[in-house]
Design a protein around this ligand. Structure first.
Ligand SMILES: C[S@@+](CC[C@H](N)C(=O)[O-])C[C@H]1O[C@@H](n2cnc3c(N)ncnc32)[C@H](O)[C@@H]1O
Length: 369
């Protein structure tokens, strides 16, 4: 991915790779390489490759609360999103994802190209903003009994973190976030969202199947929301999450249930319904791949890598679930309305009759001490 960066730094005109960014550290490293049109008028020597500290380029203070620094980085990201600069994330090699899981990335890229604002759902102007935000709130409510015990400074890996929906929430708690995702365009959006959130974060271009650049027993927690069900072999990703957890560390993950096979927004043919009733997965070549979990199969996968399951919780009965027609998306954002929906979700989750109609399962598991 080599893109030209011209608007913000138009006199410089060279390729830039951001190697690592942590807003509160002055040691942001950028990998710079001269492009064919390099005509530099900068006060430092451009190395032909390698890295250079940001402080050599940016003369001002590089602290978290320095607005000019944040705005400099935000401009850089905007230029990258506009296709004018290369931002590359460690470990500087393309993650390898096998078929069929890789179809999700192809499908996402096509969706992002056609509906960029829908895909960037952390942007308040996105048509998906309120729904995605509310769904995050729902997850956080369900996870609250565990999250509230994790203090400021908790180190968390947001695996398959996408454009940063959960990383943003973790940073707002004062946690140190590492976001990993194989979709580099998502990482650019995550960079822009997390810059404006403020706090400590790192971003890695990695697939869950192989996060070997991240050390063993390093994180207090791993979140993988709506991720493992999209892997060709979910267990490889779950095992990697377990590896990087410290003893006593927590895994918070969610996966799709078979209800997802009958997505509420599509009209079903007899063939689609039959497929949904008889298969534990759904595959559309070059578009999507998902494996559906039951509470038992989710528990079994997580236990198979040595984690202890504390809870499997049903969620998304209403938004994007089988009772989606009860949600007035226009009213999301009204605090009383959202609270009522969350209570209704709780009733469904506790009900013997409806429990299994969850659209998603959340698992909370712990690495043994
Ligand atoms: C439904 S999105 C969820 C994103 C984010 N966790 C959230 O809840 O907003 C699924 C994410 O999984 C990522 N993904 C797909 N295949 C993956 C893989 N093999 N390893 C890690 N992440 C993957 C996608 O790039 C995407 O960001």
């Amino acid at each position: 991915m080599l893109l030209w960066f011209e608007s913000f730094w138009n006199r410089l005109s060279h390729n830039i790779e951001i190697a690592r960014y942590c807003k509160s550290m002055p040691s942001l490293e950028m990998r710079l390489s001269k492009g064919p049109a390099a005509a530099t008028s900068t006060s430092f020597e451009l190395p032909s490759h390698g890295s250079i500290p940001l402080s050599d380029i940016w003369a001002g203070p590089t602290f978290a609360d320095e607005p000019a620094f944040a705005s400099f980085l935000a401009d850089l990201v905007q230029a990258a999103l506009g296709g004018e600069v290369l931002l590359e994330f460690p470990p500087y090699k393309t993650p390898h994802i096998s078929t069929p899981g890789v179809w999700n990335l192809t499908g996402d890229a096509a969706f992002a190209a056609e509906f960029p604002l829908s895909w960037n759902y952390l942007n308040p102007r996105s048509p998906n903003y309120e729904l995605k935000r509310f769904q995050r709130r729902l997850y956080l409510e369900r996870l609250a009994p565990w999250l509230e015990h994790l203090p400021k400074g908790t180190s968390i890996l947001d695996l398959g973190g996408g454009i940063g929906r959960f990383s943003e929430a973790w940073m707002q708690r004062g946690w140190n976030v590492t976001l990993a995702d194989p979709n580099n365009h998502a990482l650019l959006l995550a960079l822009s969202h997390l810059i404006s959130t403020g706090g400590r974060f790192n971003i890695y271009h990695l697939a869950a199947e192989d996060i070997s650049p991240l050390p063993d027993e390093h994180f207090h927690a791993v979140s993988a929301m709506e991720v493992f069900c999209y892997l060709s072999e979910p267990r490889t990703g779950i095992a990697e999450a377990a590896r990087v957890l410290r003893p006593g560390g927590w895994l918070f993950a969610s996966v799709e249930s078979p209800i997802g096979a009958l997505e509420p927004h599509i009209r079903h043919s007899r063939e689609a319904i039959n497929q949904a009733l008889t298969h534990d997965h759904r595959a559309i070549e070059n578009d999507m791949w998902v494996r559906y979990f039951t509470p038992d199969s989710l528990r079994a996968e997580v236990e198979s890598v040595g984690l202890e399951v504390e809870a499997v919780i049903g969620t998304h009965y209403l938004p994007d679930g089988p009772m989606h027609h009860l949600v007035d998306v226009e009213r999301l954002g009204e605090s009383g309305y959202e609270t009522a929906l969350i209570e209704l979700e709780r009733l469904l989750q506790d009900s013997q009759q409806w429990q299994d109609a969850a659209r998603a399962w959340v698992v909370v598991a712990r690495k043994p001490q």
